[in-house]
Structures are given as C-alpha cells and as structure tokens.
Design a protein around this ligand. Sequence first.
Ligand code: G6P
Length: 617
Amino acid sequence: MIFLKGDKIMCGIVGYIGRRDCSDVLMDGLEKLEYRGYDSAGIAVFENGEIKTVKTRGKLKAMTEKLARDGKPQGFCGIGHTRWATHGEPSDVNSHPHSNGRVTIVHNGIIENYAQLKEFLTEKGYEFKSQTDSEVVACLLDYYYAERNPLRAIMETVRELHGSFALGILFKDFPERVYAVRKGSPLIVGVGDNEYFIASDIPAFLKYTKKYIILDDDEILCMDTNGIEFFDVHGITIKKEIQTAEWDVEQAQKCGYPHYMLKEIHEQPTVVRKTLDMLVKDGVPVFDEIGLTDKMLRGVSRVFVVACGTAMHAGIIARYAIEKLARVPVTVEVASEFRYMEPIVGENDLVIVVSQSGETADTKAGLELAKSRGAKTLAIVNVKYSAIAREADMCIHTPAGPEIAVASTKAYSVQVAALYLIAFRFAFARGIILEDELKRLTEQLYRSPEAIENVLKNKDECQFIASQLVNVETLFFIGRGFDYALSLEASLKLKEITYIHSEAYAAGELKHGTISLIEDNVPVITVATQQNVLPKTISNMEEVKARGAKIIAICRKGTEFAEDTVDLRLDIDADMDDILVPLPTVCALQLIAYYTSVLRGIDPDKPRNLAKSVTTE
Ligand code: G6P
C-alpha cells in the first residue's frame, strides 16, 4: 500500500501525568479518539525510570491483546497515539511512539521538509528504523538535546520543522514529565486535580476533568507532578486561561445506540431547537452580540460560503436561502479551490466559513485569505476552542455537542438552522421583508424539530428503502433547488458510509449526458419537496423511468404522482414552508444511508479512508 503525502490525516494524541494507572488512562483516551480514524496505535510509559513502549499495527483490540501478552507498562506518566498512515505503510515499526533512546515522541500532522532533515541527520550519524516523517522529529530533538535541556531542544527543533504538528514528548532523563508543542494540529491540555492530560480532543479526558487549556501554535507545555507550565518559542513563561467544557461524558457516549451516527441523527431535534433558542430573541434572529449587525448586513454586496464536505453542502442550502430571501449574490466555494483560485473578494464581502471541527486546513486557509483581503469573516463552527472559531472576526458556535461519527449529521443540521436565521435577518436588514414576515419565518423554522421527530418516528420506512439499496452498485440522487442541495449531501453521506457509487445531479441536468448511465433497475432517488419546481422534477423522473430506472421519491406528504411513475416513496410530514423542509428531509436521507451501511455490514461510525477532520491539505 502506498500512502502519499497529503492523504487525510487526523491521528490521535494522548498524554498523562498523575496517580492513575497510566496505561489504562492512555488506552481509554485513545478509544475516545478512535473516531478520528487510524490504522495503528501505541503507548509509551515511564516504568521505574525507563520508558516502556508497546505499539502495533491494527486497531486498539490488537493493542489490548499485545498489552495482555507482553505485559502492560506500569507507571503514572506517558504518551499514546493512534496513527493514520501518511509516510510509510501501517506497520508495527511505523507506529508511534518513536524513540531514539533519549527522546520518545508521538506526532500528529505532516513534516513537509522531513526528507531534507533526514538527510542532515543521517550525515550526523543518525539511523532510522521507520519510514515515517515523525521519527525525524525524535532524532532532531535528540540532536538539539546536546545540552540536556529539554525546553531548548524543543525550541530549536520547532524552528526547523515545516508543516503541521502536535507533539507529545518524553525525555528519558526526566521521568514523570511530559512535554508538548503544536503548530497547526490541535492539542488540548486537561487540568485535573493533581493530574494533567494532553489530547487531540476533549472527549479523551472528559471522564476525568472538564477543565482544559488550549495549547496555541508555537506554545510549549511542560507538565509534571508539580503542575503545568507554558512557554513561548523563546522560552519565556506564558500564562494561559483555564476553560470549562460544556460537554458532559454522556454526550460523548453512545447511550444505548448501536452507533454514534444513529445517536447523533436522533439528537437533531434537540440540537436544532437549541440553535434556534440561542440565536432568536423575542421571536426574531439577532446577531448583534457577535457583531453581525443590520448595518453591516446592509453594506454587504456579496456573500461567499467557504467550506469542505458536508459543511460545504450546508453552504449550498444557505446560497438558495440567502439569494431567495435577501437577494444578495452568494457563491459557495470548496475551500481547497477557494484558497488557490485568487478569488475576487474584498471589504464589501462577507465570507462565511462553515466547519464542524473548526480545524479543517483548507477552510482555515480560506478564512485567512479572506481576512487578508479585508473581507468580513463569519465562522459557523461546532468546536468552540478550534482555530477557525478563534480566527474569524465573528463566530457562531453551534451547540450540537460532540459529533463523534465520521459522517456528519447533527452538525450539518445546526449549520443549516443557523444559516437560515442569517438569511432571514439579512432579508430584514435589507428591507426586503418586514418584521411580521421575519417573525413568521422564524416561527416556521421553529417547527423543524417536530418535523424531524416525525421523520424519526417513521425510520422503519427509511430502513425499508435501505433494504432495497443494499446490493446495488450505483445509484443517483436528483433534485432541483433546495432538493438539489440535499441530493448532494445525501449522495455524499451514502458514499461515505456504504461505499456504493452514487452521483447527485440537478434534476434537469441529467439528460445532458449522464442519463446514458441509466439502465434497468438503477435506483434514482428523487428529492421532490419543492412545489415551485415539482412539475419539472416529475418530468425528470419520467425521463429516467422511461429508461428503466427504479424511482424512489422523497416528497412532501400529499404529493401526487401519475400512476407508475414512482416505485417507492417516503413522505415528509412537515407543516412548514417549502424552503425550510430540507431540515426534516435530510434526516430521512441520513437514515437511509445509515441503514444501508449497517445492512452492508459496515461500521458507519468509522468508514474506511475517511478522517473526521482533515488538518492537512
Ligand atoms: C472531512 C469529513 C467530512 C466533513 C469535512 C469537513 O472530510 O470526513 O465529514 O464534512 O471533513 O469538516 P469540517 O470539520 O470542516 O466540517
């Protein structure tokens, strides 16, 4: 297997110092980070002054078996890692932690200049055991450790590294002490009662403490039994603020659901309502607190939505809503394109970046570019302490809580809910709708939690549709307007977790080429909730039906189709305006993807090749 630089990567890092059994704490933390995707794992723990490392290719089960076989390191201080291979295939030797005797490290990110550094270190007599870029960091730290000063070694090393990294570091000469440093990859410090943690994400230590500190770029952490200390790149001590996580342990667990994804789909009515409650005051959306005033909205001449994956699809819903209601042009750009396309964006523009994790490298770069061009920037982000949340001029922190399943569901719904409210306020600020209409639209949106609940009540129907898809090789989603935006998301969801090839098309576009792929029994899932284009969508259904397609219609309750047009239908029971129906409809489409995945014997929470968040290009 060849893994190329630039592959998705989101390894998990944990570290601990305290009085608990360190191996157990590390393994438990790694389990909480499993969602990030990984192919090997390992831990290194100080045992009677020596560093004992156990690592293996494979899942945590393989680690547990190895620990049982070889003996669990006994100690109170150590680091752990789940690896997502980029440089060098998944293997025992390429797994982290990496060590060269004096220094042991775990690394998340990519060292772009590792080849040059490796050459330099080889000349200095270093030998490499693995094919990873990370081992180079361990050796470079050792090289700069000549004066046996860990802080100095880290400062010198960091200066040489290009790329992104979060590092957990043990120095053999300093037992019961963990160092950490980061640039571009997330690292959070958990602050307990005489015990401290590092982790790539809060759920890894949430069981022990809710108090945390965000390690920022170019900051160095030292934690030992005496406490924690932070330094800047010049070695000067810095003060950091302790924050309290709003999540609780229950939110980060499956709570009786077979998968996180199903649990998160079911949380949608609650988190959408929470989003509305958070942004609506006296029956209307208000954004003054974050600085998005009516005056500012009036001055905006264009809107860009910049995001990746599912978050980008939320942006497409926003495009239809903002253009329709506020009559402002909206461009939705894939962040990886936006950042290199030399976009024509300036101070009269509002750039909305949407991201569940708030760490997606391309989205972050898009935000930085927009800021540098003087645009106003608004982030819609689910993870409060994330880089994007902190960098944007304005930020809406969506209250979806931790989203663990790789395929995004509830984060999408809260993004869409927030974006609708922005569209309403935009229209009002620009005088296109009056307060009565603003109130009416908001009240309509408040109906969405109930409409989503109606979909959840009928999940058997989604399960039945899934049973019809389980053995297909390819399928299509078609729709117009908002239904097209939904088709894109439905197709992505299905591909992500079922591995079935599917394509989403604007219903009217299929006949310009792709219809040649339609043959007997190819399923065409038609999203047909928008009455203004319904007759047109029905014509498109008939076009494919005539070529043998099996039509599955996702439509509003009461929609009538000519006899024989539709093979299967799923009714969305929602008492609300058409433009708001995407919220309950997406829930049905998520459930169809979920059940198809389960029926195909796939774990929907951990689809192959995918990472929850992508912190490299
Ligand atoms: C990855 C995930 C997708 C997600 C996308 C954007 O590709 O697999 O599910 O939609 O990143 O992530 P973000 O955290 O920025 O929303």
